[in-house]
Design a protein around this ligand. Sequence first.
Ligand SMILES: [Zn+2]
Length: 169
Amino acid sequence: MKSYIVLLLLLIGCNIPHKLDDKWEPLTHVVEGPGGSGWVTTISPFVFVGDLEKFLEKRPVDSAPYNSILLHERWHALTQEEMGLEEFLLKYATNQKFRWEQERLGWYLEIELAMRQGHWIDPRIVKSGLKKYTPSLASDSEIDEWVDSVYNGSFVPPPGIKALLDSFE
Ligand SMILES: [Zn+2]
């Protein structure tokens, strides 16, 4: 566990980390990491982004895009706390079903919270976003079908996810 923390500190870029409100626990900071500018990933308690300034420019604090992406990342962080980080990372790397479950529920939270706060995320962006993961999350047709089911209201999330969404308000 300690070695992860050292590794995480090495990954942190030059920009001062963005401190998060307590309501995002177990997440504490958004920090700049080594990825490209659109890149967002969570290793609790940190959310790593490729370009912190751009991230906050596109998502001002407490705006719908800010809240919805942080809820997505908080879901990963909560799972990491529950499973243990090592177990989570191993399973995420080796088990496609788990990866797909993590990401689609994360995106579900993001889409739904954005919508509740008056911000529409284009389903085409969600589809192409989900297809960009490597290794892949699911087949293209499975991804398309799932995104359509979210937007037409037929997707029923597990009770814990619904509770997480409702707890935000
Ligand atoms: Zn995610």
